[in-house]
Design a binder for this molecule. Structure first.
Ligand code: SAM
Ligand code: SF4
Length: 333
């Protein structure tokens, strides 16, 4: 089958799938405290998610990242991981992975490893119990730390993702770095993005530029650029003293779109061709319209033909330009 190539000659090889909009946390930068979640019938069933992901794999997607909401709170999610393992076995899929808040890893880490997941991203912004409860509202740090232990014990490689928040975890830069180094985990910092409806003001107050974070790291470590690019918004450096890889995800201050290889599927079957644009395609309709995948494949190709060149986020004029009204939990980040 002809692989998916967008109008700017970028192959689409990476699909991020949000399997639920629900979560057991309420992180302040991601969700409102009182969220209204989607009615069940709006959600794709696990079988529908399987059909959709399998169509993308047939069309050249080699990497699948499962996200949410919190993917591990979706009922029956291990069945879905088990089903996706067949694409790893066939060699069509090179990587099956997930981004999680870590709360359910104690239960699922061993099963994930058994289905062929090798690496996972765990989101963790602070090692301070009180601050963790503050930023996640509903989360508890010890449970997440136990989850990370379980993941490492199961042989999963763990990368920590931390949202850089001014006045919140600035003072933990070295503590987090050292903690990750001790546990042989890479660490990626994410600039806070103007998503959701919590108000521009908050987002701007919390904005901690990663250029500043990097400069502070360089006060203590020898920081060497790594040319490696993953087709996404991350850039990497190595800390020579620890050998650690540190990532910076700066969708706001750097233009990474020229090498973009990814699209995002929401739990209701909307395909977003760009994280920073509202344009999307409804794949649920063709999926439910027929048991054959022909219409679905046409709809996917039509959507990819609309993948834009880039996005419009910009904090540089002290306004959150290009602000998106959807929550990160909707597109899965
Ligand atoms: N619940 C899972 C988790 O927290 O890892 C997966 C979904 S969560 C939406 C994916 C990532 O998006 C997390 O690393 C989270 O920190 C990040 N995120 C959420 N809202 C964000 C925002 N406004 N700006 C930057 N990153 C954000
Ligand atoms: Fe939940 Fe992840 Fe959003 Fe936090 S960032 S509320 S853990 S979906």
């Amino acid at each position: 089958m002809t692989p998916l190539i967008d109008p700017f000659a970028r192959p689409v090889s990476y699909l991020r799938v949000s399997v639920t909009d629900r979560c057991d946390f309420r992180c302040v930068y991601c969700m409102a405290e009182n969220m209204t979640f989607l009615p069940k019938k709006e959600l794709l069933t696990l079988e529908e998610l399987d059909r959709l992901c399998s169509a993308f794999v047939r069309m050249g997607v080699e990497k699948l990242r499962i996200t949410g909401g919190e993917p591990l709170v979706r009922r029956g999610i291990m069945t879905f991981f088990g089903a996706m393992a067949r694409h790893l076995d066939s060699g069509a899929l090179k990587e099956l992975t997930l981004t999680t808040n870590g709360s359910q890893l104690g239960r699922f880490a061993a099963d994930l490893a058994a289905t062929g997941v090798r690496r996972i991203n765990v989101s963790l912004d602070t090692l301070d119990e009180r601050k963790f409860a503050e930023v996640t509202r509903w989360g508890r740090l010890p449970q997440v730390l136990k989850g990370i232990d379980a993941a490492q014990a199961a042989g999963l490689r763990v990368k920590i993702n931390a949202v850089a928040l001014k006045g919140f975890n600035e003072d933990e830069l070295f503590r987090l770095t050292e903690w990750c180094a001790e546990r042989d985990m890479d660490l990626t910092w994410i600039e806070v993005m103007p998503m959701g409806d919590l108000g521009n003001e908050d987002r701007l107050d919390q904005y901690w530029a990663l250029s500043d974070l990097r400069a502070r790291l360089a006060e203590r470590y020898t920081v060497t650029d790594i040319p490696e690019r993953t087709g996404g918004p991350a850039r990497y450096v190595r800390l020579e003293e620890t050998g650690q890889k540190i990532g910076f995800i700066t969708p706001l201050s750097h233009n990474f779109c020229e090498s973009c290889n990814r699209v995002r599927l929401t739990c209701t079957g909307e395909l977003f061709m760009c994280l920073g644009q509202e344009d999307n395609a409804d794949l649920r309709r063709p999926l439910r319209a027929s048991e054959s995948d022909a219409g679905l494949e046409d709809a996917i190709r039509e959507a990819i033909s609309r993948k834009p060149k880039g996005h419009d986020f910009d904090y540089s004029r002290q306004r959150a330009d290009g602000q998106m009204s959807r929550h990160m939990s909707h597109t899965g980040g």
